[in-house]
Ligand binder design. Sequence first.
Ligand code: SF4
Ligand code: SF4
Length: 86
Amino acid sequence: MFGPILSKAITAGANKTGSWRTGEKPKFLQKDCIACKMCVLICPEACVTGEAKNTYICDYEFCKGCGNCAAICPKKDIVMVKEEDK
Ligand code: SF4
Ligand code: SF4
């Protein structure tokens, strides 16, 4: 779909990854967020954005469902859900 597999790091701005995300995606509950930005820092696709408490969200066009953001969130304000759940 994207041509040959590249060995170099793929960044969010270069390639959409959402199309090959498998199984799960993060759901940002936007309830207990303290705006620590850990989810922004940990995301390998740099697709999490947010400015203030309870505004954090990811771009599903680029998210690959790795679960890092949900794992690191100190407030458990991100949960992984099945892909079909909206
Ligand atoms: S699951 Fe979270 S950390 Fe992983 S790519 Fe998606 S938004 Fe980024
Ligand atoms: S890691 Fe959790 S608490 Fe911190 S900014 Fe992200 S959603 Fe908010």
